[in-house]
Design a protein. Structure first.
Length: 258
């Protein structure tokens, strides 16, 4: 939902890329070439591994060259990356390392490259074992964000509050659609999915509209009182509560429930 989505922990990532760039320059007397792939797992995917601001910093701090695959759906347009010093090109075969977010379709993996992504494989997820096998078969070096940790073993790239924002927005949208499918109109029918809002201000404006309808009309009798449960207290939960708290509600503890 943010107008400037970003991966938390890009500072440590840029530091690693800086070291890699120095090593590459020493070995080959040429700057590191970073490729940023177009996310294509879902048609509504608008995220990118590095923002134009990150790209500008990366080029300034490391001397790296950055190639960005063109996209007409990405939250940042192609021109913003060009202004940051990147080159727009469909072909990433000249990149030393290719950065993305979601899993890469097997048929789009370039052999003998380094990929930096969330591969969702290190826990042995069965649905991505063919992808892991493809990395091996194609001689690809895989660097997984989930396994980037500091000296204390704490992850450096992880979901932040924005994941909670987006999850709660999509959850409310889905609830409205579910109730409608069951034959019930509800205030949640007015909620769009997170990707349709240009920024959080627009989200909160919509939530105030939904809140006014709830105050005026209430919720479907068949589903009232409606109970939402939040577990944990991490970044994602905090982000989800920041969205939900715009709606009229009462806080109850588990002990207060039947």
């Amino acid at each position: 939902a943010s107008a400037r989505p970003r991966l938390r922990g890009c500072g440590p990532l840029i530091s690693r890329l800086h070291r890699a760039s120095l090593a590459t320059q020493a070995a080959h007397s040429k700057p590191l070439v970073i490729g940023i792939r177009r996310e294509d797992k879902n048609r509504w995917e608008r995220r990118v591994a590095l923002t134009p601001a990150h790209v500008k910093d990366l080029i300034a701090e490391t001397g790296a060259q950055v190639i960005v695959q063109p996209s007409n759906t990405r939250i940042f347009n192609n021109a913003s990356f060009v202004a940051a010093g990147a080159t727009i090109n469909e072909d990433l075969s000249h990149a030393d390392a290719i950065l993305g977010i979601k899993e890469v379709p097997i048929d789009k993996l370039i052999p003998s490259k380094t990929y930096v992504i969330f591969s969702h494989t290190h826990k042995g997820q069965k649905y991505n074992m063919p992808s892991l096998q493809a990395f091996l078969d194609k001689g690809i070096r895989l660097i997984d964000y989930e396994l980037m940790v500091n000296q204390e073993g704490k992850r450096q790239v992880l979901f932040g509050k924005h994941a909670g924002y987006a999850g709660m927005i999509d959850g409310l949208h889905g609830l409205g659609q579910r109730l409608l499918a069951l034959g019930y109109n509800s205030p949640f029918i007015h909620m769009g999915q997170a990707h349709v809002y240009p920024n959080l201000e627009c989200v909160h404006t919509k939530l105030r509209h939904v809140a006014d309808i709830i105050e005026d009309q209430g919720l479907p009798d068949a589903f009232a009182p409606m109970l939402f449960t939040f577990t944990g207290s991490g970044n994602v939960t905090q982000g989800a509560r920041a969205i939900f708290d715009d709606l009229p509600h009462d806080n109850v503890t588990v002990d207060e429930l039947p």
